[in-house]
Design a protein. Structure first.
Length: 578
C-alpha cells in the first residue's frame, strides 16, 4: 500500500470512530430522563395474618412480587423491609436483600428468624402485631416500592438469651453498650446444664440507671424494670445507692435482686485472729477485690461478705481455686469445702468475681522489701551502653518516652552513665503478661540492688517509672488498633478494630480488608487517638487527639497499614499500601 493510500485509510477510520462514539453518547440517558416502575407485591397479601409456630421454627414466610423495570434496561435489585405499623421505612426494624443477592423477585424468612427480629425490636411473646412491609426496587439512583400490612402472632414462649450484659450510666461501662459487662450464667441443679439465672459482682452509681441486654450492640433483647421485677423492654432501673453489689437476674420468674457488698474479707486459720479475725479486701473494679495479707499459719479459710456468716465463698470440690457461694451451691449442682492453704508469709490475695470462673489467687507481696537508697541519677544501659537518662522527682525516676527494647539484648540500671556506679535490676521479665494484647499492658516488678541484667520478653517500646522507696519498677506498653468504620452512615458501633503488630522500633503494622469511603484512625482505647493532618492521603503525618479521621480508601481491598511513632507517641507517620 502506498503512503498516500495508508494516510487516506487512517482518515476514514478516524471519522468512523467519531461517528460511532457520537451514536453511543446519544444512547446514554441523562439522569432523570428514564423511569423505574414499581414492583407489585404478590405474596403475602396485604392484611394477611401469619401465626408463627415455635414447634416448626424452620417453616418460612415468602415474599414475592412482579419485577420492576427500568425504561432503558438498567439492572434492578430488590430489598424487603419491615417497619412498625404506620412507619415510613426510613428506620425499618428489618431490611434484607432478596434472594440471589438482591436480584431475585422473592425472599423467604423462617419463623424463627422473624420471631427473633420482632423480639429484638421489643415485641413481646404470644402477641398479635401489625407490621408494615415493603418491597423496594433499586436501580442506580432511583428506587420505588410497593407496601402492605401484615398481622403476625409471635411465638408463645419468650425468646431466652444465651448471654446477658449490664450497661448504663450507673455501671462501670459508663453507658457504653459496646463495653457492656457480661453477667455469669449459672448452672442448673444438675450441675451441667445452664439455667436462665445470671449474676454479677460490680459497682453502681447512685441516681444513675442501667438495663440488661443480650448483646453489646443494638438491636438486642432488653430488660428493664423496678422494685425487683424485670420487664421486657421496660424502663431503665435506677440505682439507689453507690457501692459494690451482687446483682442476680432470674428470667424464668422475671425478677432481679441486689445484695450490697460492703466488704469481702478473708476469715480463717491463716490470718491474725484465726476464725475470729477479719482481713478485708479492697475493691479494684471489674468484680475484683485485693489486699496484702500476712498468712501466719497454714489451714483452711473462707471469704465472707459484710461480716455475715450467711454469705460465704468456699472452694468447689475437685477444682484448684474455683469458688461458689455456700448458700447457692445446691441450686447450681455444686459441692463445696473450706479453702485449703499451705502458705505462710505476706501475700497479695486476689478474689476474682468477674464472670467466667469465680476464683482466688495468692502472689507473694514483693512490696514488703526494704527501700533502697535513692541515687542522684539513674541511667538505662543496653548491652552495657547507656541509652536513656531518667528524670527524678523525689524517690521516683521516670521517662515520658517509650523506649524501644529488644528481646535479644540485656539491660541494667546504673547510677552512672558509663555503668561504673551502683547497679540495679528487677525480679522478673519486662513486658511479660497473661494479656499481652490488651490496650494498655503494665506490671510492677520488685527493684533490687545488684549487678544482674534483665530482659524483655519480646520487642516492645516501654515506658518506665522506678520508685526506690517501694522499691519497684513499673513498666507499661500500649497496643494500637486500626479503627475502621462507616462514618457516613453513622455506623460507629459496627466498627472494625484491627490489632496492629509491634516491631522494633516504635512501628505498628496490620494487613486488613478495608472498605472504600470508610473512616480510619489509630487508637489505643482510650489513651491514644491518632489522626492525620492530610486525611485523604495514603501516607502522611499523625497527630494525637487533634488529627482528623483518615478517609483515604477509594477502592475496597486488602491493605498493609504501617504506623511509625515518635518516642512520645504524640506524633508519627502512617502509610496505606494495597
Amino acid at each position: 500500500m502506498t503512503t498516500k493510500n495508508l494516510y487516506i485509510t487512517k482518515i476514514v477510520a478516524f471519522f468512523l470512530l467519531v461517528l460511532v462514539s457520537c451514536q453511543q453518547d446519544d444512547n446514554l440517558q441523562p439522569e432523570g430522563e428514564w423511569e423505574l416502575s414499581t414492583p407489585a407485591v404478590l405474596t403475602p397479601s396485604s392484611g394477611a395474618k401469619i401465626t408463627l409456630d415455635e414447634n416448626t421454627p424452620s417453616e418460612t414466610v415468602m415474599f414475592s412480587w412482579e419485577a420492576a423495570e427500568s425504561s432503558v434496561g438498567y439492572g434492578v435489585t430488590y430489598e424487603v423491609l419491615m417497619d412498625e405499623q404506620g412507619g415510613n421505612f426510613t428506620d425499618p426494624i428489618f431490611v434484607s436483600k432478596s434472594s440471589d443477592n438482591g436480584n431475585d423477585t422473592s425472599f423467604t424468612i423462617t419463623y424463627e428468624e422473624l420471631n427473633k427480629t420482632l423480639a429484638y425490636n421489643g415485641y413481646p411473646a404470644n402477641s398479635e402485631i401489625t407490621l408494615a412491609f415493603a418491597v423496594k426496587a433499586n436501580s442506580l439512583s432511583k428506587s420505588s416500592m410497593d407496601t402492605g400490612e401484615l398481622k403476625i402472632v409471635t411465638f408463645t414462649n419468650p425468646l431466652m438469651p444465651e448471654s446477658l450484659y449490664i450497661s448504663g450510666t450507673a455501671t462501670e461501662d459508663n453507658g457504653d453498650l459496646s463495653q457492656a459487662i457480661e453477667l455469669q450464667r449459672l448452672t442448673s441443679s444438675d450441675g451441667t446444664s445452664l439455667s436462665n439465672k445470671y449474676e454479677i459482682y460490680t459497682s453502681l452509681k447512685a441516681g444513675e440507671s442501667y438495663k440488661f441486654y443480650n448483646e453489646r450492640s443494638l438491636p438486642a433483647l432488653q430488660y428493664g424494670g423496678s422494685e425487683g421485677n424485670i420487664e421486657f423492654f421496660g424502663n431503665e432501673i435506677v440505682a439507689e445507692d453507690s457501692g459494690q453489689y451482687r446483682i442476680t437476674v432470674d428470667l424464668d420468674n422475671n425478677t432481679y435482686e441486689l445484695l450490697h457488698i460492703e466488704k469481702w474479707s478473708m476469715v480463717g486459720q491463716p490470718i491474725n485472729g484465726g476464725w475470729g479475725g477479719d482481713e478485708p479486701l479492697e475493691y479494684q473494679g471489674d468484680g475484683i477485690w485485693k489486699a496484702s495479707i500476712n498468712l501466719f499459719e497454714t489451714g483452711g479459710f473462707v471469704f465472707r461478705a459484710n461480716g455475715d456468716w450467711g454469705y460465704l465463698l468456699k472452694r468447689v470440690v475437685g477444682t484448684p481455686n474455683t469458688l461458689v457461694m455456700e448458700r447457692d451451691a445446691s441450686s447450681q449442682g455444686l459441692s463445696f469445702e473450706d479453702i485449703p492453704n499451705d502458705l505462710t508469709g505476706t501475700y497479695i490475695v486476689t478474689l476474682d468475681l468477674s464472670p467466667g470462673n469465680y476464683n482466688y489467687t495468692f502472689e507473694r507481696d514483693g512490696s514488703v522489701a526494704a527501700p533502697i537508697d535513692t541515687p542522684s541519677q539513674l541511667f538505662l544501659l543496653e548491652n552495657g551502653t547507656m541509652i536513656e537518662e531518667f528524670t527524678v522527682d523525689g524517690n521516683v525516676f521516670s521517662s515520658n518516652k517509650f523506649i524501644p527494647l529488644q528481646s535479644n539484648n540485656t539491660y541494667t540500671l546504673n547510677s552512672a552513665s558509663d555503668g561504673s556506679g551502683t547497679s540495679y535490676s528487677v525480679e522478673g521479665l519486662l513486658a511479660s503478661s497473661d494479656s499481652p494484647d490488651d490496650n494498655k499492658v503494665s506490671d510492677v516488678l520488685t527493684l533490687v540492688e545488684n549487678n544482674n541484667t534483665f530482659t524483655v520478653v519480646s520487642d516492645r517500646a516501654i515506658r518506665f517509672s522506678i520508685d526506690f522507696s517501694a522499691p519497684s519498677l513499673t513498666w507499661t506498653y500500649y497496643n494500637f488498633r486500626l479503627f475502621h468504620w462507616d462514618q457516613a452512615n453513622e455506623k460507629w458501633d459496627d466498627r472494625q478494630e484491627f490489632l496492629m503488630t509491634y516491631s522494633h522500633p516504635n512501628t505498628y503494622t496490620v494487613t486488613a480488608d478495608l472498605s472504600a469511603d470508610y473512616d480510619s484512625k489509630f487508637i489505643s482505647p482510650w489513651d491514644y487517638d491518632l489522626g492525620s493532618d492530610a486525611p485523604s492521603a495514603l501516607a502522611g503525618n499523625l497527630i494525637k487527639s487533634g488529627g482528623s479521621n483518615i478517609v483515604n480508601i477509594t477502592n475496597s481491598g486488602t491493605y498493609t497499614v504501617t504506623m511509625i511513632l515518635n518516642d512520645d507517641y504524640e506524633t508519627g507517620t502512617y502509610e496505606f499500601k494495597q
